[in-house]
Design a protein around this ligand. Structure first.
Ligand SMILES: [Fe+2]
Length: 395
């Protein structure tokens, strides 16, 4: 793949034309090559909570905005001012929670790093906020998009917030009670706290770590356990996640090389979400991977390393477009998801049920989006938005 540049959304202006397509963080095309960027598309990118797009191309032209409007009708969501306000408000609420959570985690961790003691109540309160907010939003794709679109920042607090969200989504799907979810959130907020005891130059090192440095990294689960159990006096169920999140189901992890059920269930959850989240973000000692590459890694070489039952649930969770749901494609057609793609969860197989003019299509085309780079999902369409309901009942 050619070298991709990241462009903050704040640098994009309506009328810009690129000689190569613009992509989101999941390599979905958000603007095809040579097509002028219009206000509606730019608004849609902001509504999705993205902070940047990627391209291998350059700006080749900036066309007059009035000409774009004449040639490209605006999508209905953007021409309905009431709906737009609602979407903006919802997106803004989630982004605000997310940013605040990162700031709060950062403040708590910085305090500890300065040598001040930690207060378990502050973590407890934050865990409650996470559980209430995340469980209150039924559309899980809201959170998954936010995590996938997150840019760089203070690595540790961003990583902790993302893993906490993923762990809670997974815990909920596994049927955890509210009390168990609070403990899971506490564990997720604290499992990597031992990293603060590893010398900063190692944690932040850009180059590959030496074996000795990697051995130092490997001590952090023991520190995490000590902080959670001795300094914060929290239950052993939470402390074990600190100690065991790098253990692997096949016995290849550290620090104790535990196997299978010897590893606590919450630690097995954390092993999956921590790995997924870490490989999708920049780290000093590994390259960033996109979400479906991360999934491929977890499914491929790593599949023996994780609890297969929990992994199955995680995969179904990451199928953000469940089978049977409706989506709008960038060619304005409405399609029904007929199969998830475990390698490319954001590019399922779909069947066209409405054409670009809104007419029902009998026996519509079946499209594997992972094989069609020019086609992508613009948004989820709720069945009540398909006015008379598509005349289509076959898969
Ligand atoms: Fe860790």
């Amino acid at each position: 793949m050619p070298e991709m540049k990241r462009i903050p959304l704040s640098d994009l202006r309506p009328g810009m034309v690129f000689d190569k397509s613009l992509f989101d963080n999941n390599y979905n095309i958000v603007l095809p090559a040579r097509k002028p960027l219009d206000r509606a598309t730019l608004g849609m990118l902001y509504n999705r909570g993205l902070s940047e797009v990627q391209t291998a191309g350059e700006i080749v032209e900036v066309v007059d905005e009035s000409k774009i409007k004449a040639s490209q009708p605006q999508p209905s969501t953007e021409t309905d001012p009431h709906k737009k306000v609602v979407i903006d408000k919802e997106a803004a609420k989630h982004i605000e929670f997310y940013k605040n959570a990162i700031a709060k985690v950062n403040a708590l961790y910085q305090k500890y790093k300065r040598g001040e003691s930690l207060d378990a109540n502050q973590f407890q309160q934050l865990a409650h906020e996470f559980v209430n907010t995340i469980m209150g939003e039924k559309k899980i794709e809201v959170w998954i998009n936010l995590i996938n679109a997150a840019g760089r920042g203070d690595y540790l607090s961003l990583h902790i917030v993302n893993t906490t969200i993923l762990a809670l989504l997974l815990g909920k799907k596994l049927g955890y009670s509210a009390v168990k979810l609070i403990n899971l959130a506490m564990a997720a907020l604290l499992f990597d706290i031992g990293m603060l005891k590893v010398p900063t130059y190692i944690v932040e090192k850009e180059e590959k770590l030496t074996p000795e440095e990697f051995n130092q990294i490997k001590t952090h689960p023991i520190y995490s356990y000590q902080v959670i159990s001795r300094e914060l006096n929290l239950p052993v169920e939470i402390a074990r996640v600190g100690l065991e999140h790098h253990e692997r189901f096949d016995g290849t992890g550290y620090p104790r090389r535990l196997k299978g059920q010897e590893i606590s269930e919450m630690s097995r959850i954390m092993a999956i979400v921590d790995t997924y989240e870490a490989v999708t973000k920049n780290r000093s000692y590994r390259e960033k991977k996109e979400s479906y590459d991360a999934m491929r890694l977890i499914l491929g070489e790593g599949s023996r390393k994780f609890d297969p039952d929990i992994l199955k649930v995680f995969l179904s969770l990451m199928s953000v477009y469940p089978v049977g749901s409706y989506v709008q494609l960038n060619n304005k057609c409405i399609a029904r998801v007929v199969a998830s793609d475990s390698v490319s969860p954001f590019r399922p197989t779909v069947k066209i049920v409405r054409d670009e003019f809104g007419d029902t299509v009998e026996n519509g085309e079946i499209i594997r989006l992972s094989k069609e780079p020019d086609l992508y999902i613009v948004k989820v369409v709720y069945s009540n938005e398909i006015q008379s309901g598509p005349n289509d009942s076959t898969p």
